[in-house]
Ligand binder design. Structure first.
Ligand code: TYD
Ligand code: MG
Length: 460
C-alpha cells in the first residue's frame, strides 16, 4: 500500500493550509477556496527525513565569488528589465492577463537567444498549446527558422528527466499552472501542484545552471495565480501589463535579485509580434491634442527611465447625490486625497461634481510624484482653462497643501527638454541651495511652486 502524508486543506487563493475544511479562509477572507489536498511530495518530505544534524560553516563577507556572465537576449527592453541580461541559473516568473502576449514575448526571447552567435540551446515547453499552434505563431512572427527545441508537455517528471541530460541554456515553461507531478494528488493548477512543480523545476535550473522562465496566470485581482510563495521561490518576477484595447505593453520588474526593481520595458504589439519602443515618451504623447482643458503632461520616472505621459481629467456637474469618482491607471484613494486637499486648502468645491481621471495610453502609474500633474489637470478641467501644451509637471502634494520634492528631478527635466517642452512646474527644488543640489542649466523655464494655493494663479 502507498504510504500517504496527512490530508491537508489548502486555500487556492492564498495558499494557507488548514487541518480541516472550512468555508472561509481566515487568511485572505475568500469563501469556498479551501480544497483538500493529499501531500506526498518527494521534495518536501525528504527535507524532514534527515535526523543527523550537521554543523554549518560561517564565512566572512569578503571572499571568492562566482562571477557570472549574463546572457544578452538581443531584445534591449528585456535586457534592461532583467538588470543587464539573464543570469545563468536564475528563475524568472512572467505574469500577465490572458492574451496580453506572454507566449509571444517568450517565443521571441527564445528565438532571439537561439539565433545569437553563441547559439544558446533553448527549450520551449508549452503545456497550453499544441505544437501546431506554436508553429503558427512562430511563422507569423517570422521565426520559423530559429533553432529552438519545441515540445508540448505537462508532466514535470518527464520534463526533468529530459532536461537532466540536455545542454539547455534557457528553458521556458508555458505555463506553470498546466504542469503536474504525479506524486502530488491534486489537479494541475492547484496550489499544491504549482508549488511542487515549481520547486522541482527551480531545483533543476539551479543545479544545471540554465535560465528558467515560468509563465504564470494572473487572478482577477491581478496577482499571479496560486500561492504567493511562488513569487518568493523565484529570483525575478516580471509582470506584463497593458490594456486590451491599446497596442502597447509594459514589462515591469516587481522583484529582481539580480537588478533594480520597477524597471520597465516598453513594447508595441504589432501584427508581426512585439516590437521594442525606443522612445516611449514620444509614443505616449503621440495622440495628445493641444489646447484642451483637463490635460496635463506628467514627467515621470519608471525605474531608471524617464517617461512623459498625459494625464487627463474631466470634472463635470454631477447628476447623483453622491458624486462619481472614476480612475484609470492611477490610485483612486490618491485622487480622493488630492480633491480633499484642493477643497480644504484652496476653497474649491467638488461635492457636486463627478471627477474622472485617465492616464492616456493605458499606462499604470504608482508614483506620488504625479500628484501635482493630477491636481493641475483637475483644476484645468474645473475652470475650463487649458494649460500650455509645452509644459511638463511633477511634484508630490502633502496634506497641508505643500508641494514636495520627488526623486530624480534632473532626469525628468532633461527628458522634457529633449521632447521640446519649454516650461515646467516643479516643487521648490533648486530654490534654496542651488549649488549643492547641482541644478543644471535648462533651456526650459522652471516655475518652482511650494504650495497648492499658488497653483490657482495659473488659471486666472
Ligand atoms: P499570447 O502571446 O498568446 O498571449 P498570452 O500568452 O499572454 O495569453 O498573445 C495573444 C495575443 O497577441 C492575441 O490576441 C493576438 C496578439 N498577437 C498579435 O497582435 N500579433 C502577433 O504577431 C501575435 C503572435 C499575437
Ligand atoms: Mg500563452
Amino acid at each position: 500500500m502507498v504510504k500517504r502524508g496527512a490530508n491537508i486543506f489548502v486555500c487556492q487563493n492564498c495558499g494557507t493550509s488548514y487541518p480541516k475544511w472550512q468555508g472561509k479562509c481566515d487568511s485572505c477572507g475568500e469563501w469556498n477556496t479551501i480544497v483538500e489536498e493529499v501531500s506526498k511530495t518527494e521534495g518536501f518530505s525528504k527535507l524532514n527525513s534527515s535526523s543527523v544534524a550537521k554543523k554549518i560553516d560561517f564565512v566572512p563577507l569578503k571572499g571568492d565569488m562566482e562571477t557570472y556572465s549574463r546572457l544578452k537576449t538581443g531584445i534591449k527592453e528585456i535586457d534592461r528589465v532583467s538588470g543587464g541580461g539573464l543570469v545563468p541559473g536564475s528563475v524568472i516568473l512572467v505574469g500577465g492577463d490572458p492574451g496580453i502576449g506572454k507566449s509571444t514575448l517568450l517565443l521571441q526571447v527564445c528565438a532571439g537567444l537561439a539565433n545569437m552567435q553563441e547559439h544558446y540551446p533553448c527549450y520551449y515547453i508549452s503545456g497550453e498549446e499544441a505544437i501546431d499552434q506554436v508553429r503558427i505563431r512562430a511563422s507569423r512572427l517570422g521565426l520559423s527558422d530559429s533553432p529552438v527545441n519545441l515540445a508540448s508537455a505537462t508532466n514535470v517528471n518527464n520534463i526533468i528527466a529530459t532536461l537532466e541530460n540536455s545542454d539547455a541554456a534557457v528553458v521556458i515553461i508555458d505555463s506553470i499552472q498546466t504542469m503536474y507531478l504525479d506524486t502530488v494528488e491534486s489537479t494541475p493548477g492547484s496550489v499544491g501542484q504549482v508549488r511542487a512543480c515549481a520547486y522541482e523545476l527551480i531545483k533543476l535550473a539551479k543545479r544545471k545552471g540554465f535560465v528558467l522562465f515560468l509563465v504564470g496566470h494572473v487572478t482577477k485581482q491581478g496577482e499571479i495565480a496560486g500561492p504567493r510563495v511562488l513569487e518568493h521561490m523565484v529570483d525575478t518576477v516580471l509582470y506584463f501589463e497593458g490594456e486590451r484595447g491599446h497596442h502597447f505593453r509594459i514589462l515591469r520588474a516587481v522583484k529582481n535579485r539580480y537588478g533594480a526593481t520597477d524597471e520597465i520595458g516598453v513594447f508595441e504589439m504589432q501584427d508581426k509580434g512585439l516590437v521594442e519602443v525606443e522612445n516611449p515618451s514620444a509614443l505616449f504623447l503621440a495622440e495628445r491634442q493641444g489646447n484642451v482643458s483637463g490635460s496635463c503632461v506628467f514627467a515621470g520616472v519608471e525605474g531608471s527611465r524617464p517617461l512623459l505621459v498625459e494625464i487627463q481629467a474631466l470634472v463635470s456637474q454631477s447628476g447623483y447625490s453622491t458624486p462619481k469618482r472614476a480612475v484609470v491607471g492611477w490610485d483612486s484613494n490618491r485622487l480622493s486625497m488630492i480633491l480633499a486637499v484642493l477643497e480644504s486648502r484652496c476653497g474649491m468645491n467638488f461635492s457636486t461634481h463627478d471627477v474622472y481621471l485617465n492616464i492616456a495610453g493605458g499606462l499604470k502609474i504608482s508614483e506620488p510624484a504625479a500628484d501635482l500633474a493630477v491636481a493641475m489637470a483637475v483644476i484645468s478641467s474645473l475652470t475650463n482653462k487649458p494649460l500650455p501644451a509645452d509644459m511638463a509637471v511633477f511634484g508630490e502634494i502633502g496634506l497641508s497643501g505643500e508641494i514636495r520634492m520627488v526623486a530624480q528631478p534632473n532626469l525628468r527635466l532633461k527628458e522634457a527638454q529633449k521632447l521640446g517642452f519649454s516650461s515646467a512646474i516643479i516643487p521648490p527644488v533648486f530654490g534654496k541651495d542651488k549649488k549643492e543640489k547641482g541644478a543644471k542649466n535648462y533651456e526650459l523655464t522652471c516655475y518652482e511652486i511650494g504650495n497648492v494655493q499658488r497653483l490657482i494663479n495659473w488659471f486666472n
